[in-house]
Design a protein around this ligand. Structure first.
Ligand SMILES: Nc1ncnc2c1ncn2[C@@H]1O[C@H](COP(=O)(O)OP(=O)(O)OP(=O)(O)O)[C@@H](O)[C@H]1O
Length: 237
């Protein structure tokens, strides 16, 4: 059986005349956590958004669960069970916490309904105390949790988190990583982008490092951890 949920080869992406991805190969297997690292502007979000079909100007091969989605649109990728927690969160500010969650609820692509409203609530006790608050009334950390909660409500096969902890207080950051750890433990595949490379390294199976739109380093997190000089070179740390 092919374990790849997402597999991409020779991926190029452009914004207008600006060529941002230069032949990226990428894979995310069932149940694994991949950390995507790289300095600002190196193409991490563009890679994610290309895999998800949001960047239209792209070339290369993208397969999601064995289906060719090289020209796929975002809803097609979502339907195959790839949930996206975008940078900047993407919740509905004028709906309550409960409405935000319930409106997203659906069975997974295999009919699975593992993530019920009640189960999501057990992961986010803070949200369960604020069910009637509007999205706009939540703190940044709570909005992030709501965004992750919404992704889980779609019963996905994989969840992609772009800068899930950006701009949040340390205590909230720790809580979000706790939840990401719990999501991992359920066997959901995750792809995470985060500025704190040490935390990413400690919380992922594999790392992919981008520089100027190319993969410059990739491997098991525990192995790359033992090669700090190389990581430092590409991450500027
Ligand atoms: N919508 C856009 N239009 C034009 N250029 C863009 C757009 N989005 C990103 N870029 C450019 O593409 C390059 C890659 O950006 P991208 O956001 O993918 O990087 P990143 O590694 O995710 O960095 P960051 O951590 O800053 O988000 C950058 O040079 C950026 O300025």
């Amino acid at each position: 059986m092919n374990d790849a949920l997402i597999e991409a080869g020779g991926l190029h992406a452009w914004y207008g005349s600006s060529h941002v991805l230069h032949g990226v190969d990428f894979a995310l297997a069932r149940g694994e956590t991949v950390g995507l690292l790289g300095r600002n502007g190196m193409g991490k979000s563009t890679l994610i958004r290309s895999l998800l079909g949001h960047v239209r100007q792209r070339e290369g091969r993208i397969q999601v669960r064995g289906r060719d989605l090289s020209r796929g649109r975002p809803h097609e990728v979502a339907k195959l069970g790839i949930a996206y927690v975008p940078e900047g969160r993407g919740i509905f500010p004028n709906l309550t916490v409960k409405e935000n969650l319930v409106m997203t609820a659906r069975a997974g692509s295999q009919g699975q309904r593992d993530w019920t409203f009640e189960r999501v609530m057990t992961k986010f006790p803070r949200l369960s105390e604020r069910l009637d608050h509007l999205g706009s009334q939540l703190s940044g950390g709570e909005q992030q949790m709501l965004s992750i909660g919404r992704a889980l409500m779609t019963n996905p096969e994989a969840i992609i988190l772009d800068e899930a902890t950006e701009g949040l207080a340390p205590l909230i950051v720790a809580e979000i990583w706790r939840v990401i750890g719990e999501i991992r433990a359920t066997g959901l595949a995750t792809l995470v982008v985060d500025r704190n490379y040490r935390t990413v390294m400690a919380n992922s199976d594999r790392l992919v490092v981008l520089a100027k739109g190319r993969v410059v380093l990739a491997g098991r997190s525990d192995e790359l951890q033992r090669r700090p000089a190389e990581l430092g070179r590409y991450l500027g740390v």
